[in-house]
Design a protein around this ligand. Structure first.
Ligand SMILES: O=C(O)CCC(=O)C(=O)O
Length: 283
């Protein structure tokens, strides 16, 4: 099972992430990881409550989070696989810490959509709070592909915009559906067909949405892994998503989470120059 990315993270990947806040990463995880996670995902779908927390969207699809906190293939992958390095190198971090995972499984003929939202749920400020969503099934137009508004992270960072939970189970969020055919909308809608083991990596400020699964044969399954990089700090607020095991409201505003709070899953080797500079502008 690979410990380092199967394919190199290139300057092109880094530039795409910087510009668009979202990109597709093809085949960074070897077949053994993909098989172990896919088998794990089938087990989770059979007995979701045994594996983690059932999240808000559970029911419309299998939606289970914090699986990595239990022994099993997900924990093994996150702590011993290449995911931290894949993310860290792409977003220009020197250190990656783990805080959340989420399995999303849409069985055949499950029409529920995931409404437009950005992951403005986490108790952090800063720019390095990415989500890498790893396909564990084929993903295409028919079975519930995720779509993104590329470049929107720059708007959020420039304007300080954050959208979030309204407290009644809904999100306050701009209606991106109505921009879809607007020729003056300054951002582009992007999506990718994925094969098992491909991934999409996106910035916390990137709006995303997924269609229902209209295929009558092919499930759509993905594992979202949420991590932080060097440029991320506690921002304890009521109403944000809990992180099991951490009393968020007691954290010190502006402090960087410690490795005791969130394990380091990747560090740039000492033999390489640091790329993160605190005072540099990052997105
Ligand atoms: O898997 C999906 O359809 C939604 C994924 C998502 O919203 C997320 O990973 O934040």
């Amino acid at each position: 099972m690979n410990k380092h990315p199967l394919n190199p993270i290139t300057q092109q990947h880094m530039d795409d992430y910087e510009r668009d806040g979202v990109l597709c990463l093809r085949q960074m995880f070897d077949q053994e990881w993909v098989e172990a996670l896919s088998k794990g995902a089938r087990d989770v779908a059979e007995n979701p409550a045994d594996w983690g927390l059932l999240s808000m969207s559970h029911g419309a699809m299998t939606s289970v989070s914090n699986i990595w906190q239990r022994q099993g293939p997900f924990r093994d992958f996150i702590l011993n696989g290449p995911v931290g390095e894949v993310v860290g190198r792409t977003i220009g971090a020197d250190t990656i810490q783990m805080f959340h995972d989420h399995l999303f499984h849409k069985p055949p003929l499950s029409p529920s959509i995931m409404q437009w939202h950005a992951d403005h749920l986490w108790p952090f400020t800063g720019s390095m709070i990415p989500n890498i969503w790893i396909a564990l099934s084929p993903v295409n137009k028919t079975n519930g592909q995720i779509e993104f508004v590329a470049g929107y992270h720059k708007f959020c960072q420039e304007t300080g915009s954050r959208f979030g939970p309204a407290g009644d189970g809904t999100f306050h969020f701009p209606d991106f559906e109505k921009e879809r055919n607007n020729p003056d909308f300054p951002f582009k809608f992007v999506t990718w067909d994925l094969e098992p083991g491909d991934a999409v990596l996106f910035h916390v400020d990137i709006p995303h949405f997924s269609k229902g699964n209209m295929s009558d044969t092919v499930p759509r399954t993905g594992l979202a892994v949420r991590v932080i990089g060097d440029d991320s700090y506690w921002c304890p607020r009521e109403g944000l998503s809990p992180i099991p095991g951490i009393d968020i409201l007691s954290r010190e505003e502006g402090a960087h989470p410690t490795p005791e709070e969130m394990p380091i899953i990747w560090q740039r080797p000492d033999s390489e120059p640091r790329v993160f500079h605190k005072d540099a502008q990052t997105v």
